[in-house]
Design a protein around this ligand. Structure first.
Ligand code: PAF
Length: 281
C-alpha cells in the first residue's frame, strides 16, 4: 500500500492508476477504523480495480474542541488493517495540507446542513462538505463510498456532489452492526460497559418502528412511541427523534404512506450516538 502524505504524491499515484485504465474507488475516513469502515473498503474493492483510502481527522466538523481532542487515533493499527484489506493507496495528510495557511473557502449545502442533526451540531455538515469536496478534488475517484448510518451526511454529500458537478458516483453502504444490533461507530469504544449495553435501545426501537409502520401509523404516533422506548432506558439522554421523507429529509406529517427515514440521536454517559433507518410502508 502506498502511503501518501501530500497532495502531489496521491495525485501522481492516482494518475498512474488512471493511465493504466484502472477504475478508482475512494473511502474517506477519520481513522479509528472498525468493521463499518472495512465494509466500505470491501464494497469499493469489489467494484473497482484500485481502492484509495483517506485518514484525516477533520477539525472543521467538530463543534467542541473536547470532542476533537478525544477522537481516538491509532495510525499504525489503521495502516495494518488497510493493508490487510488490500487497499492500494492511503492519503494521510496533516491539517495544513488540507487547510493551507490563509485558507478561507467553505462548501455548504445551505438547507440540508442546517436541519435535524445540523441544528444540534451547528457547522458540522459545513465542515464535512468542505473536507469531502477537497478530498474528492485531490483523489479524483470514479466513486466514493459512505455509510448509510450517517444518513444526513450521506444526503449532504450526494447533494454537494450533484450541485458542484463532481464527476463521480456517491454510493451509500448499509449500516454494519454489532451482533446485538448496536451500529458500529468509532465512538462505541468510549462507552462504559453499562452504557454500551444501554445503547442497544436505539436499534431495538428502530426495529419496533418497522413493525409499527407495517401495521399503519402516523408520524406523531411513531415519534411518541420511539421517544417512550428511548426514555424508558435510564442511561439514555434522548437528543432527537426525526421522522422525515427519505433522501430529501423534508418534514412530513399525518399517516405514513411513503418511504421515511428515522434519524435518532441520544447520549450515553455524555457520548453522542446516532442511528437511522429507512422504512417503506
Ligand atoms: O464519516 C466520516 O468519517 C467523516 O465525516 C468524513 C466523511 C470522513 C469526513 O471527514
Amino acid at each position: 500500500m502506498k502511503i501518501c502524505p501530500d497532495i502531489q504524491t496521491i495525485r501522481k499515484t492516482v494518475a498512474g492508476y488512471r493511465r493504466a485504465g484502472n477504475s478508482i474507488g475512494l473511502v474517506t475516513t477519520m481513522g479509528a477504523l472498525h468493521d463499518g469502515h472495512l465494509t466500505l473498503m470491501r464494497t469499493a474493492r469489489a467494484a473497482h480495480d484500485r481502492v484509495v483510502a483517506t485518514i484525516f481527522v477533520n477539525p472543521t466538523q467538530f463543534g467542541e474542541v473536547a470532542d476533537l481532542a478525544h477522537y481516538p487515533s491509532d495510525d499504525a493499527r489503521d495502516i495494518d488493517l488497510l493493508k490487510a484489506e488490500g487497499i492500494d493507496a492511503l492519503f494521510l495528510p496533516q491539517v495544513d495540507v488540507i487547510y493551507p495557511p490563509g485558507d478561507e473557502t467553505i462548501v455548504e449545502t445551505t438547507q440540508l446542513a442546517n436541519m435535524l442533526h445540523g441544528k444540534v451540531r451547528p457547522g458540522h455538515f459545513r465542515g464535512v462538505a468542505t473536507v469531502v469536496a477537497r478530498l474528492f478534488n485531490i483523489c479524483l475517484p470514479d466513486a466514493a463510498y459512505f455509510g448509510e448510518k450517517d444518513y444526513q451526511q450521506l444526503q449532504v454529500i450526494r447533494r454537494m456532489t450533484r450541485d458542484l458537478h463532481f464527476p463521480l458516483q456517491v454510493i451509500g453502504v448499509p449500516t454494519v452492526r454489532e451482533p446485538d444490533g448496536l451500529a458500529m461507530s468509532s465512538r462505541n469504544v468510549r462507552l462504559t460497559p453499562d452504557d454500551r449495553q444501554a445503547a442497544t435501545v436505539l436499534h431495538k426501537s428502530l426495529t419496533k418502528a418497522e413493525t409499527r409502520v407495517a401495521q399503519g401509523t402516523t408520524v406523531q404516533a411513531l415519534t411518541d412511541a420511539i421517544r417512550a422506548d428511548i426514555t424508558s432506558e435510564p442511561r439514555a439522554t434522548l437528543r432527537a427523534v426525526d421522522i422525515v421523507a427519505a433522501e430529501s429529509l423534508t418534514p412530513i406529517t399525518g399517516a405514513i404512506t411513503d418511504k421515511i427515514a428515522i434519524m435518532l440521536s441520544a447520549e450515553f454517559g455524555g457520548i453522542l450516538l446516532i442511528d437511522q433507518k429507512e422504512i417503506t410502508p
